[in-house]
Ligand binder design. Structure first.
Ligand code: SF4
Length: 112
């Protein structure tokens, strides 16, 4: 029984590490896109099909179906800088609406 639990725990750790490395990799790629290029938050000009497909696979929608869960209060949201019309997301390139949402929404953790 202990051995089975140890294997299960190890699988959980390995899966978590893989998922974490994928998120870190996505985050690095998302930073390469210049958000000041976007004319508005729905402007996907300059993004290739793979990037557009990625946001679709994550269930990105410009209007959140859950009022209290939006990109604007998500831990992965990149707020717009002074010269940017929109914020971004750490998981994919391109602009996102502050009132948007995807299935990877995670509550923002307050900095202490
Ligand atoms: S809700 Fe989804 S698209 Fe919006 S910032 Fe969070 S992870 Fe990115």
């Amino acid at each position: 029984m202990k051995r089975r639990k140890a294997i299960k725990d190890l699988m959980g750790i390995l899966f978590g590490a893989c998922a974490f490395s994928e998120v870190v990799s996505c985050a690095e790629k998302a930073k390469e896109y210049d958000l000041s290029m976007a004319e508005n938050c729905g402007d996907l000009e300059g993004l290739d099909d793979a990037e557009i497909s990625k946001r679709n696979q994550l269930g990105y929608t410009e209007e959140t179906p859950i009022e209290e869960n939006t990109c604007g209060n998500c831990q992965l949201y990149l707020p717009p800088k002074e010269d940017q019309p929109c914020g971004g997301c750490q998981l994919f390139k391109g602009p996102v609406y502050e009132k948007a949402y995807c299935t990877y929404w995670a509550p923002r953790v307050a900095n202490t």
